[in-house]
Design a protein around this ligand. Structure first.
Ligand SMILES: Cc1ncc(COP(=O)(O)O)c(C=O)c1O
Length: 434
């Protein structure tokens, strides 16, 4: 995708205002498509507060998500040296906690936490595990595979995309066939594609890759799945999972978080050419991560102590309960939402229930209902959903994110409130179930 096109799509994805469509360009709203009211006018002093945070519409897009108060408050930590013993201990503990979140006890596994967003994880993979000319098989379940493929191209690798119809995923026999046709250094899969809500199965995929192409590294884009979907790094023999702070982990955006297997690190160490990036070079970061985890001060580039404190708090909270409970809570909320959507007569992009993510739902709009009418209506009801992102059908659907505290904190009522808002919002814009 061209850089300009990607920029336009991304800004739509992150903007809670209506999508610009030929009929309702942003900034030129027709009478039945009122502009979004200001948050200030909606949230007045006399409304009950959801937490110690200022009143705000509930953010139910597929990331960033709502924050827990304690996570947010950790960001107001006083300034401290990034090489001082207190911060080094916090960073080291955070890296060790990530091993638990990814369910790896293999000491050869290597976590990285770098300042940046999920996109930086693609650069880490493409700049360090692939070399110019290497073939990479990218399984495509939506928008984010195109971007990962573009990242590989940037570093001179040769991605081949294996695509599936919108709403489904490449099937194992097709993947087996593709792996038989060429020797791929890396296979990538988007665990949950945020543009379609399609969930990919990792265990059977890994068994297949290890059986038919055992040297191929299996890399997972888990930006929209880590923290909301079960990922068993060791048991499933994964070679890399990249993610970011702002989705299932429930932190402010700003951290690229990843885990690599000993096998992946060996591939990195036996490169013939130096990594084609300076900031995203594992050569530069590996000793720093190892030193931090050993609680030794180290410096390559300044980390953000405040974000690391937030991540430490959120991981402490996540790990204070069995991970299985957390994933069950996401499944339960997801089932409730998917049932409500079916009861409303609406369809999801992901057709097969086995392919439906537990942390988000992509919902086709009914005939005649436009996102630029529905989304501001939901906003007035205090709920922010996202518009469509898949470039072929962007105007035809909306996305509902249900990750983190919105589903795990029993004091919040986010999911019921959102379902109710969707029911009444659809009726306000003229939809009646057939
Ligand atoms: C599946 C997936 N991969 C990668 C990214 C890129 O992450 P970021 O926007 O944090 O750079 C996103 C962002 O939403 C995503 O959903």
């Amino acid at each position: 995708m061209a850089a300009r096109e990607r920029l336009t799509a991304i800004s739509k994805h992150l903007d809670h205002r209506p999508l610009a469509t030929p009929r309702s360009p942003i900034g030129n709203s027709p009478p039945n498509n009122p502009p979004f009211p200001s948050t200030r006018s909606l949230y007045t002093e006399n409304k009950p507060k959801m937490s110690t945070q200022p009143e705000h519409p509930t953010l139910l897009i597929p990331g960033p998500i709502e924050f827990d108060d304690a996570v947010l408050q950790s960001m107001s930590h006083y300034s401290e040296s990034h090489v001082g013993p207190a911060f080094v201990a916090t960073f080291g503990e955070t890296l060790s906690m990530l091993r638990k979140l990814f369910q790896t006890t293999d000491t050869a596994s290597q976590p990285f936490v770098l300042s940046g967003s999920g996109t930086l994880g693609w650069d880490l993979v493409a700049a360090n595990l692939a070399e110019p000319g290497d073939d990479v098989l990218v399984l495509h379940t939506g928008y984010f595979a195109d971007s990962f493929a573009a990242c590989f191209e940037t570093y001179g690798a040769k991605p081949t995309q294996l695509k599936a119809p919108i709403g489904s995923r490449p099937q194992l026999p097709e993947i087996e066939k593709a792996l038989g046709e060429k020797k791929y250094k890396i296979l990538t899969v988007t665990h949950v594609d945020t543009s379609t809500g399609v969930l990919s199965e990792l265990k059977a995929l890994s068994e297949l890759v290890h059986r038919v192409s055992p040297e191929t590294l299996l890399i997972v884009d888990g930006v929209c799945s880590v923290g909301s979907e079960n990922i068993e790094f060791d048991n499933w023999k994964l070679d890399g999972v990249i993610t970011a702070s702002q989705k299932g982990i429930g932190c402010p955006a700003g951290l690229s978080i990843s885990m690599y297997s000993g096998r992946a690190m060996d591939v990195f160490k036996s490169r013939k050419t130096p990594p084609g990036s300076y900031f995203a070079s594992m050569k530069n970061w590996l000793p720093i991560m190892q030193n931090y985890e050993a609680k030794k001060p180290s410096y390559f580039a300044t980390p953000s102590p405040q974000l690391i404190h937030a991540l430490n708090t959120s991981l402490t909270q996540i790990l204070s309960r069995p991970l299985s409970d957390r994933f069950a809570a996401h499944q339960e909320a997801s089932q409730k939402i998917k049932k409500a959507i079916a009861d409303l007569g609406l369809k999801q992009l992901a057709t097969d229930p086995a392919d439906q993510a537990n942390g988000m739902t992509a919902i086709y709009l009914p005939e005649g209902v436009k996102a630029p009418e529905l989304l501001p209506n939901l906003f007035k009801k205090g709920v922010v959903f996202a518009g469509g992102l898949h470039k072929e059908i962007a105007a035809k659907y909306i996305r509902f994110g249900h990750m983190g505290v919105s589903v795990t904190d029993p004091k919040r009522n986010d999911i019921d409130k959102a379902i109710k808002a969707l029911e009444t919002g659809l009726s306000d814009v003229g939809y009646q179930k057939a």
